[in-house]
Design a protein around this ligand. Structure first.
Ligand SMILES: [Zn+2]
Length: 148
Protein backbone atom coordinates (compact mmCIF):
# COMPACT_ATOMS: atom_id res chain seq x y z
CA UNK A 1 0.00 0.00 0.00
CA UNK A 2 1.31 3.41 -0.92
CA UNK A 3 1.85 6.20 1.56
CA UNK A 4 -1.13 8.22 0.29
CA UNK A 5 -3.44 5.22 0.33
CA UNK A 6 -2.45 4.63 3.94
CA UNK A 7 -3.25 8.24 4.82
CA UNK A 8 -6.57 8.02 2.97
CA UNK A 9 -7.49 4.85 4.83
CA UNK A 10 -6.51 6.31 8.19
CA UNK A 11 -8.63 9.37 7.46
CA UNK A 12 -11.57 7.22 6.33
CA UNK A 13 -11.49 5.16 9.52
CA UNK A 14 -11.14 8.36 11.56
CA UNK A 15 -14.22 9.88 9.86
CA UNK A 16 -16.20 6.65 10.30
CA UNK A 17 -19.39 7.43 12.25
CA UNK A 18 -18.61 11.14 12.24
CA UNK A 19 -20.93 13.70 10.71
CA UNK A 20 -18.69 15.12 7.98
CA UNK A 21 -19.63 18.09 5.79
CA UNK A 22 -23.20 19.18 5.09
CA UNK A 23 -24.94 22.28 3.70
CA UNK A 24 -24.87 24.03 7.07
CA UNK A 25 -21.11 23.40 7.41
CA UNK A 26 -20.45 24.83 3.95
CA UNK A 27 -22.50 27.94 4.71
CA UNK A 28 -20.68 28.37 8.03
CA UNK A 29 -17.34 27.97 6.28
CA UNK A 30 -18.11 30.71 3.72
CA UNK A 31 -19.64 33.02 6.34
CA UNK A 32 -16.58 32.50 8.54
CA UNK A 33 -14.23 33.26 5.67
CA UNK A 34 -16.17 36.43 4.75
CA UNK A 35 -16.18 37.59 8.40
CA UNK A 36 -12.46 36.94 8.71
CA UNK A 37 -11.61 38.80 5.47
CA UNK A 38 -13.82 41.83 6.22
CA UNK A 39 -12.50 41.86 9.79
CA UNK A 40 -8.90 41.87 8.55
CA UNK A 41 -9.60 44.74 6.12
CA UNK A 42 -11.31 46.80 8.84
CA UNK A 43 -8.53 45.97 11.30
CA UNK A 44 -5.90 47.32 8.89
CA UNK A 45 -7.52 50.79 8.80
CA UNK A 46 -5.13 53.02 10.70
CA UNK A 47 -6.01 55.47 13.45
CA UNK A 48 -9.53 54.34 14.25
CA UNK A 49 -10.35 52.45 17.43
CA UNK A 50 -13.93 51.69 16.29
CA UNK A 51 -12.88 50.00 13.02
CA UNK A 52 -10.10 48.13 14.82
CA UNK A 53 -12.58 46.83 17.42
CA UNK A 54 -15.16 45.91 14.77
CA UNK A 55 -12.42 44.14 12.79
CA UNK A 56 -11.39 42.19 15.88
CA UNK A 57 -14.99 41.17 16.60
CA UNK A 58 -15.42 39.97 12.99
CA UNK A 59 -12.11 38.07 13.16
CA UNK A 60 -13.25 36.32 16.33
CA UNK A 61 -16.69 35.59 14.78
CA UNK A 62 -15.01 34.14 11.68
CA UNK A 63 -12.72 32.01 13.82
CA UNK A 64 -15.67 30.82 15.93
CA UNK A 65 -17.57 29.85 12.75
CA UNK A 66 -14.54 27.82 11.61
CA UNK A 67 -14.15 26.15 15.00
CA UNK A 68 -17.85 25.25 15.02
CA UNK A 69 -17.62 23.87 11.46
CA UNK A 70 -14.70 21.61 12.42
CA UNK A 71 -16.50 20.54 15.59
CA UNK A 72 -19.61 19.65 13.52
CA UNK A 73 -17.62 17.69 10.91
CA UNK A 74 -15.87 15.55 13.53
CA UNK A 75 -18.91 15.21 15.74
CA UNK A 76 -20.34 11.74 16.34
CA UNK A 77 -23.71 13.10 17.49
CA UNK A 78 -25.34 12.69 14.09
CA UNK A 79 -28.90 13.24 15.32
CA UNK A 80 -28.08 16.67 16.69
CA UNK A 81 -26.04 17.64 13.61
CA UNK A 82 -28.78 16.47 11.20
CA UNK A 83 -31.28 18.48 13.19
CA UNK A 84 -29.10 21.61 12.84
CA UNK A 85 -28.69 21.03 9.12
CA UNK A 86 -32.44 20.49 8.68
CA UNK A 87 -33.15 23.73 10.54
CA UNK A 88 -30.69 25.55 8.28
CA UNK A 89 -32.07 24.11 5.00
CA UNK A 90 -35.67 24.85 6.08
CA UNK A 91 -34.68 28.45 6.77
CA UNK A 92 -32.94 28.74 3.37
CA UNK A 93 -35.92 27.22 1.55
CA UNK A 94 -38.23 29.71 3.25
CA UNK A 95 -35.98 32.58 2.18
CA UNK A 96 -35.91 31.23 -1.40
CA UNK A 97 -39.73 30.95 -1.49
CA UNK A 98 -40.05 34.52 -0.19
CA UNK A 99 -37.70 35.77 -2.90
CA UNK A 100 -39.63 33.88 -5.58
CA UNK A 101 -42.92 35.36 -4.36
CA UNK A 102 -41.39 38.84 -4.38
CA UNK A 103 -40.41 38.32 -8.00
CA UNK A 104 -43.94 37.17 -8.93
CA UNK A 105 -45.42 40.24 -7.23
CA UNK A 106 -43.00 42.48 -9.09
CA UNK A 107 -43.76 40.87 -12.48
CA UNK A 108 -47.55 41.13 -11.97
CA UNK A 109 -47.53 44.60 -10.41
CA UNK A 110 -49.36 46.11 -13.42
CA UNK A 111 -52.30 43.66 -13.28
CA UNK A 112 -52.61 43.37 -9.51
CA UNK A 113 -52.32 45.55 -6.48
CA UNK A 114 -50.53 43.62 -3.72
CA UNK A 115 -51.04 44.48 -0.08
CA UNK A 116 -50.78 42.85 3.32
CA UNK A 117 -53.67 41.85 5.53
CA UNK A 118 -53.59 44.30 8.47
CA UNK A 119 -54.36 41.54 10.94
CA UNK A 120 -52.30 38.48 9.89
CA UNK A 121 -49.79 40.19 7.54
CA UNK A 122 -50.25 37.65 4.73
CA UNK A 123 -50.04 38.92 1.16
CA UNK A 124 -53.27 39.53 -0.75
CA UNK A 125 -53.96 40.92 -4.21
CA UNK A 126 -56.70 42.69 -6.13
CA UNK A 127 -57.01 43.26 -9.88
CA UNK A 128 -56.11 46.89 -10.54
CA UNK A 129 -58.88 49.36 -11.38
CA UNK A 130 -61.49 47.70 -9.17
CA UNK A 131 -61.95 50.80 -7.04
CA UNK A 132 -62.69 50.58 -3.33
CA UNK A 133 -63.67 47.04 -2.34
CA UNK A 134 -64.29 45.18 0.87
CA UNK A 135 -61.69 42.45 1.15
CA UNK A 136 -62.01 39.35 3.30
CA UNK A 137 -58.66 37.76 4.04
CA UNK A 138 -58.59 34.14 2.91
CA UNK A 139 -56.37 33.18 5.80
CA UNK A 140 -57.80 34.90 8.89
CA UNK A 141 -61.22 36.04 7.50
CA UNK A 142 -60.60 39.60 8.63
CA UNK A 143 -62.62 42.15 6.58
CA UNK A 144 -61.35 45.57 5.56
CA UNK A 145 -61.66 48.03 2.67
CA UNK A 146 -58.90 48.44 0.13
CA UNK A 147 -58.53 50.66 -2.94
CA UNK A 148 -57.22 48.93 -6.05
ZN1 LIG B 1 -55.46 38.00 7.36
Amino acid sequence: MSFWEKIKQTFRSFMNGRHGADQFSMALLWTGLACYLIGSILGSIQGSVIWALLGLVLNIAGFAAYAFTIFRMFSKNNDKRNQENRRYTTLMNKAKTKQKQRKVRFNNRKQYKYFKCPSCKSWLRLPRGKGVVTVTCSRCHNSFTEKA
